[in-house]
Design a protein around this ligand. Structure first.
Ligand code: PGA
Length: 252
């Protein structure tokens, strides 16, 4: 049985005070018994990681970053390396989020290097894939996801892939209030699991956590989580309020 993973992606939101309050609120609402059923991580902006880490002391809530640069150190102005993130207490890093692909121009090649850097430093990367609305409407969902997964994972061994998480986030569902139906998400999740099986073998595919992201809310989480290949959620907007994130985490 794969244990579900619920991740909050705060994106470029909160000020320091709000970040500390939000993390404190989430910690207060999520008690020990929750973590027997689900794993939980929150991903604040880089600059608040240490403060949020302090708040999370004594809790099973894990810390994640929203990105990681692929070089270890050096003249890369503005870059934050995977090693730095590990150093301040991160366990996860979101890699290849659609906003980074489409707004910051990240390619599969960059994403591949970032995944490698995360593994080298012992961070669990969450590889995000997802199609645009026009790609879905023109029947290209399968080919887009296939190339994002294949190119993202190029050159990795089965053992490497075992240490990753994948998130399916249809771009048309992110921040739009339009969630994929359970059937739409399940179809793509199942396809991703098949791709992983082809690349890394059925055992790794069977263990792989594949999260869904895109307008996840307390109202739709239960239905999404009842699909056989959906192993958790990457939550944006609804993770910015402690009580709505609590409801999502406690969907069961
Ligand atoms: P959303 O964002 O929940 O606000 O749609 C999800 C994501 O981009 O990870």
């Amino acid at each position: 049985m794969r244990k579900k993973l619920m991740m909050g992606n705060w994106k470029m939101n909160t000020c320091l005070k709000e970040a500390v309050e939000l993390a404190s609120g989430i910690k207060r609402l999520l008690k020990e018994d929750v973590f027997e059923k689900v794993s939980v991580a929150i991903c604040p902006p880089f600059v608040y990681l240490l403060d949020v880490k302090d708040v999370l002391e004594g809790s099973d809530i894990k810390l994640g970053a929203q990105d990681a640069f692929y070089e270890a150190s050096g003249a890369f102005t503005g870059g934050i390396s995977a090693g730095m993130l590990k150093d301040v207490g991160c366990d996860y890093a979101i890699i290849g989020h659609s906003e980074r692909r489409h707004i910051m121009g990240e390619t599969d090649e960059i994403i591949n290097k970032k995944l490698r850097a995360c593994l080298k430093e012992g961070l669990t990367p969450v590889l995000c894939v997802g199609e645009l609305l026009n790609q879905r409407e023109s029947g290209q969902t399968g080919s887009v996801i296939t190339s994002q997964v294949r190119n993202g994972l190029k050159g990795f061994s089965a053992d490497d892939i075992r240490r990753m998480v994948v998130a399916y986030e249809p771009v048309w569902a992110i921040g739009t209030g339009k969630t994929a139906t359970q059937a739409q998400a399940q179809e793509v999740h199942n396809m991703i699991r098949g791709l992983i099986s082809g690349i890394a073998g059925p055992a790794v595919a069977g263990e792989m956590l594949i999260l869904y992201g895109g307008s996840v809310k307390p109202e739709n989480i239960k239905e999404l989580m009842s699909a056989p290949d959906i192993d958790g959620a990457l939550v944006g907007g609804a993770s910015l309020k402690a009580d709505s994130f609590e409801k999502i985490v406690k969907y069961y």
